[in-house]
Design a protein around this ligand. Structure first.
Ligand code: T4K
Length: 381
């Protein structure tokens, strides 16, 4: 087994086949925008490019209002603040740690509910059993960009008077029947990290449904300032600068081409891996516009003849650096493992998925020969 640091060094040198690679704007075009920023000397605090990007993203994503953030974690924290969430929040452990951390940082208690195999998202059938008089909200995750069962979740939330905040970090541009999944619930968050389908270097956004909420959110991400001398809430600093906003505007022009290439990679993987015993993966869901942000496979060791980890490290030996997103489960980490809901008996599907998953390389720069190499290593048993 190679040490993690060795692999990080290799991927930083662009050696081997990486799990992902950032979408980068054309450097000449970016330089022109940088010159403009240098000339105008307005570099942050709701600048011109910042305003343009919020508008352009709202149009692209088909949502009413976008508030830009400096990463995908702070919009989660801010959404909970804006909605005055207290007490217990129902979520899943099959996600990146930021989901649960945002609950903890707001002084709330995460309550883990199992996921369903079909989407890797929260299992609506198991939510009600986890609701107590202290429950105030549900935080589902559209894991890998697969939409969770939003109608079922909303019915439960309405019945119990709960807010719903979607961690939609992976769901950039995902639509069902032409409607953005980001319009569901009270708010949704996005991550524009380098490893995502669409990036602004670091970055993120909060999607809200009305102008008044957008105004409140914009105060909160600017220390709570509602004018030169008035502070209306204990806000935070999550303002996006002009350099990242300009970069984001350029990346938006090419994101559809990147998604189209990802789709081709997904189709090639599916075609080749469908016949490999013990390897499962997701097909496209009916009426969904996917973004192909990740390509998880799940290894059934008995049928495949090798454990997930054996395959994972064999891939590394061949220079293929997939990732085990999301292993280990968040509920196994020390800050959370003593919670009652963290008991693995309560999280049987999530535990199995975390033990079986490998996210294969998936990005716009993968060549046909890269994809073939990945397929060959998984297929040669
Ligand atoms: N909610 C969910 C569901 C999330 O998945 C995330 C983040 C968040 C919330 C929070 O959003 P942010 O606050 O992060 O915006 C990565 C990302 O750091 C993280 O954003 C992401 N989820 C998580 C799933 O994955 P690592 O630790 O796996 O990243 P790293 O540095 O190992 O990079 C993975 C691979 O990507 C590298 O092996 C090669 C490639 N890469 C990476 C970087 C940073 C590049 O080619 N270039 C780069 O600049 O966490």
């Amino acid at each position: 087994m190679k040490k993690n640091s060795e692999i990080q060094q290799k991927t930083m040198r662009n050696e081997g086949i990486k799990v992902t690679s950032p979408l980068l704007p054309d450097l000449n075009e970016f330089t022109e925008l940088l010159k403009d920023i240098w000339n105008r000397k307005w570099i942050t605090n709701n600048g011109q490019y910042h305003q343009q990007l919020e508008q352009a993203l709202a149009e692209y994503l088909k949502v009413p209002f976008v508030s830009l953030f400096t990463n995908g974690t702070l919009p989660l924290l801010t959404a909970l603040q804006a909605l005055n969430i207290t007490g217990e929040i129902i979520t899943t452990p099959y996600s990146f740690v930021a989901t649960t951390h945002s609950i903890w940082w707001n002084g709330c208690q995460p309550v883990f509910v199992d996921v369903e195999e079909e989407t890797c998202g929260i299992d609506p059938d198991k939510i009600e059993a986890a609701i107590t008089p202290r429950t105030t909200a549900i935080m589902p995750v559209h894991c890998y960009g697969h939409p969770v069962k939003m109608n079922r979740i909303q019915e439960i939330a309405d019945r119990h008077g709960l807010k719903v905040i979607y961690d939609a970090a992976h769901a950039f541009g995902v639509e069902i029947d032409g409607e953005s999944v980001l319009n569901a619930g009270n708010m949704s968050t996005l991550s524009f990290h380098a490893t995502k389908v669409y990036n602004t270097l670091e970055g993120g956004a909060l999607i809200v449904h009305d102008a008044e909420t957008k105004r409140q959110i914009d105060y909160l991400k600017n220390f709570g300032f509602a004018g030169e001398t008035e502070v209306v809430a204990p806000g935070i600093n999550s303002k996006v600068d002009e350099v990242r906003a300009a970069y984001g505007l350029l990346n938006l022009k090419q994101v559809n081409t990147a998604i189209a290439r990802r789709k081709k990679v997904a189709e090639r993987y599916r075609e080749a891996l469908r016949e490999v015993p013990g390897i499962r993966f997701f097909d496209d869901m009916p009426n969904v516009r996917h973004n192909y942000s990740y390509f998880p496979i799940f290894v059934d060791a008995k049928k495949y003849g090798m454990t997930r980890d054996q395959l994972y490290f064999r891939m590394q030996e061949s220079g293929i650096y997939g990732r085990r997103y999301f292993y280990p489960l968040i509920s196994t980490f020390s800050p959370y493992r003593n919670l009652k809901s963290a008991n693995p008996q309560n999280l049987q599907v999530a535990t199995r998925l975390a033990d079986e998953v490998i996210c294969l390389p998936m990005h716009h720069e993968l060549s046909d020969s890269d994809v073939l190499k990945v397929i060959e290593v998984i297929s040669e048993m």
